[in-house]
Design a protein. Structure first.
Length: 61
């Protein structure tokens, strides 16, 4: 599993995941669990869809 999510992309995913989870908690809805997807992909730095479509936002150094 190669890291294919760049720094900015990871930050956006983590923030968005937290916002979606908080919204689900606030509105007491199970739909908030969808926020786990961007949160986890941002935390581990790997996205399965990026792999399928051969996309990488990570800059090579």
């Amino acid at each position: 599993m190669t890291c294919n999510v760049g720094r900015t992309d990871r930050t956006i995913r983590i923030v968005l995941g937290i916002i979606i989870l908080a919204g689900g908690y606030f509105y007491q809805s199970w739909w908030g669990l969808i926020g786990l997807v961007p949160l986890i992909t941002g935390a581990i730095g790997w996205c399965g869809l990026y792999t399928i479509f051969h996309i990488s936002t990570k800059k090579d150094r």
